[in-house]
Design a protein around this ligand. Structure first.
Ligand code: SF4
Length: 249
């Protein structure tokens, strides 16, 4: 990565920066990535199907029933930008000329209100007993709204999660997985995003990785394991006939 070249940071790379600036730097400069989580193929399949279902309402201007039941008065956004906004590695983009850097993030869906303002919708599926809005979910919505804002769109103070929670009351699987659909609205806070984006860009342009105060378990593992992968060179010594020969099997 050129120190002075343009940067493209995704929403998830901003999350990585907030989790650990050092890991963020290692990823950007050396493509050293944290161990990936298990692929969320079931969640991705649910997202895919919900998108298909919601898209049937879009041309008519009707809302999917879950929004109507909760008194949301809007329609699904049908602007020409939506296909790009939903596309991974593109999404809603904002290029900051001063920072010479772009931030982007792909949304699941967007609502449009009568005054033209927009609200972001994200689909989540879960097998947990309780629906929880994790801190990362909140930040995700904050970033999307900040990006829409920077693109000149007026945004609503709220964003919406449509949760699909596995219904475990059926007494068996029977080769079908029923879900309970729930809508949760959260207040959006865009105030922190610009500063964190700028800080991430500053760290990305450093020649050396930032120091960390408290290493996480991954880092401790790497430090401890490294001594066995790169042992210090020892003077060769002929084993005496008394020394046992250790054989690893
Ligand atoms: S402490 Fe180390 S392994 Fe953990 S996130 Fe930071 S750089 Fe990565």
């Amino acid at each position: 990565m050129s120190k002075f070249g343009s940067l493209r940071l995704s929403r998830s790379s901003l999350k990585l920066f907030q989790d650990c600036p050092r890991c963020f730097w290692l990823d950007l400069h050396h493509k050293i990535k944290r161990p990936p989580p298990f692929p969320y193929t079931l969640s991705s399949a649910v997202d895919f199907l919900v998108k298909q279902e919601f898209d049937k309402y879009r041309p008519t201007g009707e809302l999917p029933p879950i929004f109507v039941q909760h008194g949301v008065r809007a329609k699904l956004f049908n602007g020409e930008q939506l296909p790009v906004w939903r596309e991974n590695f593109k999404g809603v983009q904002y290029f900051d000329e001063d920072l010479n850097a772009m931030l982007y993030g792909a949304v699941d869906d967007v609502l449009e209100f009568a005054d033209g303002s927009l609200a972001v919708v994200d689909y989540k599926s879960s097998g947990s007993r309780e629906i929880r809005i994790y801190e990362d979910y909140q930040k995700q919505m904050d970033i999307y709204n900040w990006l829409l804002d920077r693109n000149g769109f007026q945004t609503q103070p709220e964003a919406y999660f449509v949760f699909y929670q596995v219904d475990k009351t059926g007494g068996g699987f029977q080769n079908a997985l029923p879900f309970i659909e729930q809508l949760k609205a959260i207040k959006v806070d865009k105030t922190w995003v610009g500063d964190v984006f700028e800080q991430a860009v500053m760290v990305a342009r450093r020649d050396t990785p930032p120091e960390i105060e408290t290493p996480c378990p991954h880092c401790i593992y790497v430090q401890q394991a490294a001594q066995f992968f790169n042992p210090p060179a020892k003077k060769s010594k002929k084993p005496s006939s008394q020394e046992p020969l250790i054989v690893l099997e």
